[in-house]
Design a protein around this ligand. Structure first.
Ligand code: DGT
Ligand code: CA
Ligand code: CA
Length: 593
C-alpha cells in the first residue's frame, strides 16, 4: 500500500520540526511546513495523481525537490532525509516541540544541557525544578510546561474526517477484494460524517468470517493487534488510528450496520422504542420472543419499530426519531444538488491555478457557475487585491465569460473585515461585484461583545453578501473566536445576508447546530469549497456531510439554486440593504417543518 497524503504530510512536518531543532534556514523549514499543508489538504491521494501521471509541481508550494521526495515516500514508504535527521536526534525530541511554549531553541537547550529526550523526562525535570535555571526558561515557564504535559496526557486523539477518509477508503477497498465478502461499510462516526473521527468501525457481511479475519490481519498498515475473535478484531494502524472490524452473515448485516453506525444515543432511543413494542433489538436483528422479524437491511430495522429510514447523518438523537415516526424527515441536500461554488481563489492571490483553470475545473464538475473570491489587499501574505488589480481581474472575468460556454464566472471578493467592522475595500469598488464575502482574518482575541459587534457592522454594509468561515475555527489547531453565533445567524436573516459553510476539512466551522439555527431563521447557507486549487473542489463532500448533519435540504442551500434564482437572491441583497440597512429580508422561504 503506498503512503497516504496524511502520512506524507506527517513526514514533512517531522522534517520541519527536526530542521528547526537543528537551527536550519527558516525558509527551508517553511517550505516543508507549506508542503505538509498542501499535501495534507489535498482531496485526492498523491499516489493516485502519480498513477495518472499528473505533475505534482503544479501543486501549491511543491517544487521539483519536494515532488521527488513525495515520489520517494510513495514508492518506498521511506524518506532518506528524514532518516538522516532522525539519526541526529533521539526519536522523541521532535515531540517536545508539540508542548505549548517550547520552540526549537528551548528544545535545543533541554536536549543539550539536561539531556531531556522525551516528554516523560521533561515532566520529571520540570517537577524536580531543574528546568527553571536554564537560559530562557524561569519558574513560570516550568509551571506552564508541567500543566501542558498534564493536559496533553488527557487528550484523546481524534482524526479529521478527511484524514480518516484516506485510511478508511483504502482499507475498504482492500477488504472488498476478500473472497466471500458480499457487503461492507465503514460505520460509526465516519458514516455519520462527524468532523472528527475517534476510530473506524467496519461492518462486513461475508460467507466465511474466518477468511475475512485472516485477510484483514495481513493488511500491511497494521501496527498492532489489540484483540482477535472469530467474528471481530481490533487493530491499531501505523498512523495510530484504531480499527474495529465486525463480520456478520448477510441476514444480520442491516442490524450490525445500524448498531455500529450509532450514535450510541440514537441506538439507545431506538432500543427503547422497540421495547415499547415488545421487541428486542441487538446487532443481529430485531426479535419478537425468539422469532427474528428484521435484520437484513437497516430499512427493515426501522420498519420494525414503525419508523421511516433515517439517514446516518441525523442519527444523534436530536429529534430524528419523532420526525421519522411522522414521516417528516427532511430530504437532505446532496452533492449533486449543488449548482456552483461561491468561494474560489486563483493565482492572483494565494490560489494555485489560474482563473481559466478554476472555471474549466468547475465546469467539469457539471456546475453552472463559480464565484471568484480572492483576498483583499489587507491580506498581504496572500498578495491580496487592491482596487486596480481587482478591476483587472473583473475585466479578465468578462472576457472569459464571453469565451466560455457552459459556465458563468461571477465576480466576487473575500474582503477582509477590519477590526472596526469596516471592509477592506471602498464601496464604489465593492458595488461593481456580483457578490462580496466578508471574513475575519485578524484580531481573533477580541471580546465576545466586540467581535460580534464587529461582524454585525460588517454585515450592515450595503454590499455585504455573505459571511465566510463565520467562527474562524481550525479543527485541532485554532479555537473559534468568541462570537455570539445565534445572534449573528438571526441578524443575517434580518439583513438578508448569507452564511458560508466552508468545506475545507479543517474549517467546517458552520457547525451542524448552526446550520439548524440558520434553517430555523430562514437564512440560506452556501456550501463553499474555498478551493485554492482545482483539486480542492473535492472538499465539498465534507461540507455536504456537515450540512446534512445540520438537517439542511436543497432549498436551504444558496448554491443549490440555479443561476437565474441565485442572481435574484444576491442582487436583491444589494438593493434592499442599500435602501434600508436593517430591513427584514422579504425572501424568507416557507419552512416545511
Ligand atoms: P468515535 O469513534 O468516537 O468518533 O464515535 P463512534 O460513534 O464511532 O463510537 P464508537 O466507535 O465508540 O462506537 C461505534 C458505534 O457502536 C457507536 O456509534 C454506537 C455503537 N455503540 C458503541 N458502544 C455502545 C453502547 O454501549 N451501547 C449502544 N447501544 N451502542 C454502542
Ligand atoms: Ca468509531
Ligand atoms: Ca469503535
Amino acid at each position: 500500500m503506498p503512503s497516504h497524503n496524511a502520512d506524507i504530510a506527517a513526514v514533512f512536518e517531522e522534517i520541519a520540526d527536526l530542521l528547526e531543532i537543528e537551527g536550519a534556514n527558516p525558509f527551508r523549514i517553511r517550505a516543508y511546513r507549506n508542503a505538509a499543508r498542501t499535501i495534507g489538504q489535498l482531496a485526492t491521494e498523491a499516489y493516485v495523481l502519480l498513477e495518472k501521471h499528473e505533475d505534482l509541481t503544479t501543486l501549491p508550494g511543491i517544487g521539483r525537490d519536494l515532488s521527488d521526495k513525495i515520489k520517494e515516500i510513495i514508492s518506498t514508504n521511506r524518506c532518506g532525509l528524514l532518516e538522516r535527521l532522525r539519526t541526529e536526534f533521539p526519536p522523541a525530541v521532535a515531540e517536545l516541540l508539540r508542548i505549548p511554549g517550547l520552540g526549537p531553541k528551548r528544545v535545543r537547550h533541554l536536549y543539550h544541557d539536561l539531556d531531556v529526550q522525551t516528554v516523560e523526562q521533561l515532566y520529571c525535570a520540570a517537577r524536580d525544578g531543574r528546568i527553571c535555571a536554564l537560559p530562557g526558561f524561569g519558574e513560570k515557564m516550568e509551571l506552564k510546561i508541567l500543566q501542558a504535559i498534564e493536559a496533553h496526557g488527557n487528550q484523546v486523539r481524534r482524526f479529521k474526517l478527511a484524514v480518516a477518509a484516506q485510511y478508511a477508503e483504502a482499507l475498504k477497498a482492500f477488504l472488498e477484494g476478500v473472497p466471500g465478502v458480499t457487503q461492507i461499510t465503514i460505520a460509526g462516526s465516519y458514516r455519520r460524517m462527524r468532523e472528527t473521527v475517534g476510530d473506524l468501525d467496519i461492518v462486513a457481511a461475508a460467507t466465511s468470517a474466518g477468511a475475512v479475519m485472516q485477510r484483514f490481519l495481513t493488511y500491511d498498515e497494521i501496527a498492532e493487534t489489540l484483540a482477535v475473535g472469530s467474528t471481530r478484531a481490533s487493530v491499531i494502524l501505523k498512523c495510530g488510528m484504531q480499527v474495529d472490524l465486525r463480520v456478520v452473515a448477510d441476514e444480520s448485516y442491516g442490524a450490525a450496520l445500524h448498531y455500529f453506525t450509532g450514535s450510541k444515543a440514537h441506538n439507545i432511543a431506538i432500543r427503547h422504542m422497540a421495547q415499547k413494542r415488545g421487541l428486542k433489538i441487538n446487532e443481529y436483528g430485531v426479535y419478537r420472543g425468539t422469532t427474528r422479524i428484521a435484520g437484513e437491511s437497516e430499512d427493515s430495522i426501522y420498519r420494525a419499530v414503525g419508523l421511516s429510514y433515517i439517514p446516518p447523518e441525523l442519527r444523534e438523537n436530536r429529534g430524528e426519531l419523532e420526525m421519522a415516526r411522522g414521516g417528516l424527515l427532511p430530504r437532505l441536500v446532496e452533492l449533486s444538488d449543488l449548482r456552483g461554488d461561491l468561494h474560489v481563489h486563483t493565482k492572483a492571490t494565494d490560489g494555485h491555478n489560474t482563473l481559466r483553470e478554476m472555471a474549466l475545473a468547475a465546469r467539469s464538475h457539471g456546475w453552472e457557475y463559480i464565484a471568484i473570491t480572492d483576498h483583499s489587499r489587507r491580506i498581504t501574505v496572500a498578495h491580496g487585491l487592491d482596487p486596480l488589480r481587482l478591476a483587472r481581474q473583473c475585466t479578465e472575468i468578462d472576457a472569459l465569460n464571453q469565451e466560455l460556454e457552459g459556465i458563468t464566472v461571477l465576480k466576487g471578493i473575500e474582503v477582509d473585515i477590519l477590526e472596526d467592522g469596516n471592509l477592506d475595500l471602498p464601496d464604489h469598488v465593492l458595488a461593481k461585484l456580483d457578490l462580496v464575502l466578508g471574513a475575519v482574518h485578524s484580531k481573533f482575541e477580541l471580546s465576545r461583545a466586540r467581535q460580534t459587534d464587529r461582524i454585525l457592522r460588517a454585515m450592515n454594509h450595503p454590499h455585504f453578501t455573505m459571511l465566510a468561515h463565520p467562527t474562524g475555527r481550525l479543527i485541532q489547531q485554532r479555537e473559534p473566536y468568541d462570537v455570539d453565533m445565534p445572534r449573528i445567524i438571526r441578524e443575517a436573516g434580518r439583513r438578508g445576508c448569507f452564511l458560508e459553510l466552508n468545506s475545507q476539512p479543517d474549517r467546517l466551522d458552520m457547525l451542524d447546530t448552526y446550520c439548524q439555527m440558520a434553517k430555523e431563521e430562514g437564512v440560506l447557507v452556501s456550501i463553499n469549497s474555498d478551493a485554492h486549487s482545482t483539486f480542492q473542489f473535492d472538499n465539498l463532500r465534507f461540507g455536504i456531510g456537515q450540512a446534512r448533519r445540520g438537517w439542511l435540504e436543497k432549498q436551504h442551500v444558496l448554491n443549490a439554486r440555479p443561476l437565474s434564482e441565485l442572481n435574484a437572491f444576491i442582487n436583491r441583497t444589494h438593493k434592499e440593504s442599500t435602501v434600508a440597512g436593517r430591513k427584514t429580508s422579504t425572501y424568507r422561504y416557507n419552512e416545511k417543518i
